[in-house]
Ligand binder design. Structure first.
Ligand code: ARG
Length: 460
């Protein structure tokens, strides 16, 4: 395919260098945005009298027919083109002849590629936001269903305090809610128009950038032509958002993997989301969760790659920046694969309600409740902590569970416990421990219900 810059050159580019320079292999997916940008640009050129109206109309009609044919796959991008912009312009020339050459008036591939990428990313932000929204909806449904399920809550991966499974699941809801918030926020900065910056210094043609911005749905026009063609911060912001989001999914994945193990058996995963082993017939592996955790690495890597590409670049455009696309596309693809896969994994999972409840038995996870009781009797918390420590030791030495302590034993452990036997034996039950934590954001079912209502309201 004919180059866009052949005139100055006497000999062909070396084949090896062609390969190095080529971006069509990965930027071909921008063809829709490239055409949309060109349609808006050509229309503006015609409206501003920079090219003749009928020329603009020919270009626009040519681009539209090209778009339809590419969509219908009756046309394909020429594989030997240098990049997507060259490919689209070449095909347009085949259709409408030399007038196609007027499209690039007052434009450079530098502002063109930035425009295409922003258009594409803007669309993908909406896709990803929807995918996260679906995931959150699933979480609220699970939380509703598991409202009665008791789970040992952990700190340091040691049993800490009993909680409701719904409370645990909703923790992820809020993490993802903030991810979605970050995405909405960064989308505003993606949605600004670079086109009209030309190669880097603007143009002498009487263009109307506002008009192009409006046609393409951009919120505003980037005010500095150098900045417009040379920064990729909007993309780095997206990769940062993606890294944080993947970190959240990776933590959830880790829990699913642990909970699915023989030691925990807190969850049984559906056949649709597990795979077997080629040698061990008994195996059912939590591959989805493992891949979600594993792919987090590449997304972090993509963020680091882009930060590194950009850090030493002098203004304005440098070819280094062609390296922005693969990390971006890879990240988008990864998110759009991992999020629904994790959704399917969780929505089809069966939680081991009995196992979870049983796991709280004898784990001393209501020890804080006993301490709080003593505090309510007037003992300073530090002293109460000590007393409960001796109670726990008493139980450990006799192989007893805290919730099994009965009768006079309490009185022998501390004078403040004398005569409170009945109260205490209920208080030390897991269920009452949970229900007592009714502070805002706590694990008591009244609090979790309120939380769930708030969560659902965020989804409207
Ligand atoms: N393929 C290039 C990129 O992705 C397009 C811009 C090329 N500009 C240039 N002056 N060679 O960055």
């Amino acid at each position: 395919m004919r180059k866009l810059w052949g005139g100055r050159f006497e000999s062909q580019t070396d084949a090896l260098i062609e390969k190095l320079n080529n971006s069509l292999v990965f930027d071909s997916r921008l063809w829709r945005q490239d055409i949309a940008g060109s349609v808006a640009h050509a229309t503006m050129l015609g409206d501003c009298g920079i090219i003749a109206k009928d020329e603009a109309m020919q270009i626009v009609a040519g681009l539209q027919s090209l778009r339809d044919d590419l969509e219908a796959e009756t046309e394909t991008l020429p594989p030997d083109a240098e990049d997507v912009h060259t490919a689209v312009e070449g095909l347009l020339r085949e259709r409408i002849g030399a007038v196609a050459g007027k499209l690039h008036t007052a434009r450079s591939r530098n502002d063109q590629v930035a425009t295409d990428t922003r258009l594409y990313l803007r669309e993908q932000c909406d896709e990803i936001s929807q995918s996260l929204h679906n995931f959150q909806t699933m979480l609220t449904e699970l939380a509703e269903r598991e409202m009665e399920t008791i789970l040992p809550g952990y700190t340091h991966l040691q049993h800490a305090q009993p909680i409701l499974l719904s409370h645990h699941l909703l923790a992820y809801f809020w993490m993802i809610e903030r991810d979605r918030e970050r995405l909405t926020d960064l989308r505003r900065r993606v949605n600004r128009l670079p086109l009209g910056a030309g190669a880097m210094a603007g143009t002498g043609f009487p263009i109307d950038r506002q008009r192009v911005a409006e046609a393409l749905g951009f919120e505003s026009v980037l005010p500095n032509s150098l900045d417009a063609v040379s920064d990729r911060d909007y993309l780095i912001e997206f990769l940062s958002f993606a890294s944080i989001t993947m970190m959240h999914f990776s933590r959830l994945a880790e829990e699913i993997i642990l909970w699915n193990s023989q030691e925990y058996r807190f969850v049984v995963l559906d056949d649709r989301v597990t795979t077997g082993s080629s040698i061990m017939p008994q195996k059912k592996n939590p591959d989805v969760a493992e891949l979600a955790r594993g792919k987090t690495g590449r997304v972090f890597g993509n963020l680091m790659a882009m930060l590194t590409v950009m850090k030493g670049l002098p203004l304005a455009y440098n070819k280094d920046m062609q390296e922005d696309k693969e990390p971006l596309f890879d990240t988008i693809d990864t998110l759009l694969l991992v999020i629904p896969a994790m959704e399917l994994t969780l929505s089809t999972a069966v939680f081991g309600r009995d196992r979870m409840k049983k796991a709280t038995y004898g784990d001393f996870s209501t020890a804080t409740d006993l301490a709080d009781f003593l505090v309510k009797q007037g003992l300073p918390f530090r002293e109460a902590h000590d007393v409960v420590g001796t109670v726990v030791r008493y139980c450990v030495e006799r192989n007893l569970a805290l919730e099994d302590l009965k009768g006079e034993v309490f009185g022998t452990l501390h004078p403040l416990l004398i005569g409170k036997e009945k109260l205490l034996s209920t208080l030390l039950q897991v269920q009452s421990s949970i229900e007592s934590r009714n502070s805002e954001g706590g694990t008591a079912s009244v609090s979790v219900r309120l939380q769930l209502e708030k969560a659902k309201a965020m989804l409207l």
